[in-house]
Design a protein around this ligand. Structure first.
Ligand code: NI
Length: 224
């Protein structure tokens, strides 16, 4: 019993130390990848993970750390702020470190026509949680925050959306933010990998459609 309690305590401590670490790394982010994104993804991932019977320690650690080395943000970081060195400093065993790193590796969206399907349950859970935070009202707010942080326009009717076939192409895109709805956000509902993710995504997806309808009416300066 004592050993089990010690393991539980250690896991709790590791989670709260990891929270502090992630807060320190993402503290100044203005692109929609701040601590509050991580907080929401962690909560969603735990809900989905519980329903799907996933390893909740792996899910929580991966959800907390999933954006520390994200390609969109990593240029701003010093090399010692990376996931692997943090996990090594936590003295986790190599199997746990590899699993958490492979979950994080599979989370990112990589382009409309690039498959990110995974057989790893914990990865599917964190991926769905991260993608739920990319749609709905929060997703819309984050999408415009990200576009603004990269100097992108809101919308340009002359620039059509592109369904990217490679991660490299997707990363290079500097299209207006509305294009991102068609290049990523509206595709996420059908890419959910867990049963709970599919259920949670529907209402958020419908809200994106509602937003776009209103956006185009207002874009033309119409009163309705
Ligand atoms: Ni994220």
């Amino acid at each position: 019993m004592f050993i089990i309690n010690t393991i539980v305590m250690n896991k709790k401590n590791l989670i709260s130390e990891t929270e502090f670490f992630v807060k320190s790394v993402l503290d100044k982010d203005g692109s929609g990848h701040d601590w509050w994104h991580i907080h929401r993804v962690r909560n969603l991932a735990l809900k989905i993970g519980e329903a799907e019977g996933a390893d909740l320690f792996i899910v929580e650690m991966a959800a907390l750390l999933h954006d520390v080395d994200d390609w969109k943000l990593v240029g701003k970081r010093s090399p010692d702020q990376n996931t692997k060195s943090w996990l090594l400093s936590c003295h986790l065993n190599p199997g746990q470190i590899d699993l958490i790193c492979s979950v994080i590796d599979g989370v990112s969206f990589k382009g409309a026509n690039v498959s990110t399907f995974t057989n790893n349950l914990e990865c599917a859970v964190v991926q769905d949680a991260d993608r739920l935070d990319a749609i709905g009202a929060i997703g819309i707010a984050r999408t415009f925050a990200y576009g603004g942080s990269r100097g992108r326009g809101i919308y340009n009717p002359a620039i059509p959306p592109v369904l990217h076939s490679s991660f490299e192409e997707y990363k290079k895109s500097d299209a207006p933010t509305i294009n991102h709805f068609y290049e990523k956000l509206l595709l996420l509902k059908d890419q959910m990998q867990t049963t709970s993710g599919k259920v949670f995504a529907q209402k958020r997806h419908d809200f994106l459609l509602l937003f776009l309808d209103q956006f185009y009416v207002e874009w033309e300066g119409n009163i309705f």
